[in-house]
Design a protein around this ligand. Structure first.
Ligand SMILES: Nc1nc2c(ncn2[C@@H]2O[C@H](COP(=O)(O)OP(=O)(O)O)[C@@H](O)[C@H]2O)c(=O)[nH]1
Ligand SMILES: [Mg+2]
Length: 206
């Protein structure tokens, strides 16, 4: 199991060209504003306040990079689809997130966060449609499971996965999380660890 020995903010970038050097394997978190991306980064690293958690949606417009154990990175991407940022802004940040997701050479995994309290939302399905269309693989994390019963969350997850079948023939890995209760931490870190192990195996074969 991954043991987090250190976690620190490496930097923030407004566009792909300004991103820090792409030497370390990277794992990105994306989802609509307020879904719990920053809270999840803090929960995984166990460093409160590492990523800025906000009750005001639409605050993070930058891509934030956090280095873990000085060997890989977590990336907190700006949320998509917050209406109040206005049309122009929205187009701008979605294009730089799109650029990052399609063109970052060291991106090893993209976690798409979905609020487990909601029935399937068009905005999330539209985003995943774009991901599938571009061939960017993803892992789903249904967040905030502490806020509803297990059965209610599962019903929303099942409904979402059913809708996803209209978009993608392949079923993605699906995880659940509660940053409040630290649920899902081992599963998410386990997936990251497995991906890192795969990469180093490939390296030793090459
Ligand atoms: N109860 C509960 N609240 C959460 C959870 N994750 C995030 N929140 C709250 O949801 C709000 C938005 O969280 P944040 O991490 O800033 O979302 P982001 O915009 O996706 O980065 C904050 O008020 C958090 O405290 C969770 O797992 N459980
Ligand atoms: Mg955030």
């Amino acid at each position: 199991m991954i043991c987090i020995r250190s976690a620190a903010l490496l930097g923030s970038a407004p566009d792909l060209a300004s991103c820090p050097p792409s030497e370390l394997p990277e794992f990105a978190f994306i989802g609509r504003s307020n879904v719990g991306k920053s809270s999840l980064v803090n929960m995984l690293t166990r460093v409160q306040g590492l990523a800025r958690v906000s009750d005001t949606p639409g605050k993070t417009r930058l891509i934030n990079f956090f280095v873990v154990n000085e060997s890989w990175s977590l990336v907190d991407l700006p949320g998509y689809g917050y209406a109040k940022v206005g049309r122009k802004d929205r187009a701008q940040f979605s294009s730089f997130v799109a650029d990052y997701l399609q063109n970052r050479p060291n991106l090893r995994g993209t976690f798409v966060l979905i609020d487990s309290r909601l029935t399937p939302q068009k905005i999330d399905l539209d985003f995943l449609d774009w991901m599938v269309h571009c061939g960017v693989p993803f892992i789903l994390i249904f967040t905030k499971t502490d806020k509803l019963s297990r059965a209610a969350a599962q019903a929303n997850i099942d409904a979402f996965l059913l809708r996803l079948q209209e978009i993608s023939q392949e079923a993605p890995p699906v995880l659940t999380s509660s940053s409040k209760l630290s649920h899902g931490r081992l599963e998410i870190l386990g997936l990251i660890e497995a991906t890192l192990a795969e990469a180093s195996e490939e390296e030793s074969i090459a």
